[in-house]
Design a protein around this ligand. Structure first.
Ligand SMILES: Cc1cc2nc3c(=O)[nH]c(=O)nc-3n(C[C@H](O)[C@H](O)[C@H](O)COP(=O)(O)OP(=O)(O)OC[C@H]3O[C@@H](n4cnc5c(N)ncnc54)[C@H](O)[C@@H]3O)c2cc1C
Length: 267
């Protein structure tokens, strides 16, 4: 088994299937990274799965390291601790093992911090729309906690989830919205009937809020390919639908050789 180079320093349960986990490197320095990038986390197959996990489809050798990519949610200024926002996939290989970790348990952090899902090549005057479902909001937290709010253009976060308790970071996003006056935060939930207290916010799918004009009205401007870059992260269906809608409006998918205004990170 390879050496485990990280230690869990905080575990916060956000919903039955979502946790925010903080990890510190053990005896090494974190590399520099850009807000929006990701790294790998890994555990050996011998690590125990959490109680709510379903049976593993495939039996793995105990010393096999199971490795997956996770977006970093912490600021790049946080040089001694990383934060991650993770969804439990009950039948998954790694997340049931991550969900069994407690403070003080060890985990392996991949030493390559990479990814193109960043704001650094985008002119500061451009408006930015950050769209996420579920834990897809993680890379945006790193951007907002680092320096995104010092940009000149407007910033909007649109976060979709099933229920209000799945909207991780909502308190922080509301606070940033009211303190800075620079951020528009639009949370939307799709199962309002399950709320214990009446939900007064949006209840449509993100794509429907886009087409019916709600998002434009809340942002106070018309997003176009000339004035706005759109980031989309999370559920592949939402990503595909939003990409299709944006392309009809003249936005183009960003690629390293052909720059565009649609930036995608698919979990
Ligand atoms: C660049 C990048 C960044 C990522 N960042 C994050 C992050 O910040 N937080 C996070 O929670 N995940 C993130 N992911 C997803 C993560 O890498 C794993 O795929 C996920 O945690 C499932 O791992 P697993 O080993 O438990 O399941 P696996 O054994 O790999 O997968 C089991 C099955 O579950 C499906 N599945 C995978 N993810 C989900 C999901 N979220 N919901 C439902 N079904 C799913 C897969 O399609 C697969 O069929 C990221 C992925 C990429 C590529």
């Amino acid at each position: 088994m390879s050496e485990m180079n990280g230690i869990v320093t905080q575990v916060a349960q956000i919903s039955p299937i979502m946790k925010i986990i903080k990890i510190k490197p053990l005896g090494w320095e974190l590399p520099e990274f850009k807000p929006g990038q990701f790294c790998a986390l890994a555990l050996p197959a011998s690590a125990e799965r959490c109680a709510s996990a379903t049976e593993e489809p495939k039996k793995l050798a105990p010393d096999k390291m199971i490795k997956r990519a996770y977006s970093i949610a912490s600021s790049t200024a946080s040089t001694d601790e990383l934060e991650f926002y993770i969804t439990l996939v009950h039948s998954g290989a790694l997340t049931p093992r991550i969900f069994n970790l407690e403070v003080g348990d060890k985990i392996e952090i991949g030493k390559r911090f990479v990814g193109m899902f960043t704001l650094d090549s985008i002119d500061s005057e451009q408006n930015i729309i950050l769209i996420a479902t579920g834990t897809g909001v993680a890379p945006y937290m790193s951007m907002l906690r680092t320096d995104a709010l010092s940009r000149k253009g407007k910033i909007t976060v649109i976060h979709g989830a099933a229920n209000s308790w799945d909207l991780g970071y909502s308190s922080e996003l509301r606070l940033l919205e009211s303190l800075t006056g620079k951020l528009t935060y639009i949370p939307t939930i799709t199962e309002p009937d399950k709320e214990p207290v009446e939900w007064k916010g949006e209840t449509k799918f993100i794509q429907d809020l886009w087409t019916d004009g709600t998002i434009e009205k809340k942002m106070g401007y018309k997003p176009t390919a000339e004035n706005t870059h759109v980031f989309i992260c999370g559920n592949p269906n939402m990503i595909d639908t939003m990409q299709g809608l944006l392309e009809k409006e003249g936005f183009v998918k960003h690629k390293p050789k052909t720059p565009g205004q649609i930036h995608i990170e698919s979990f």
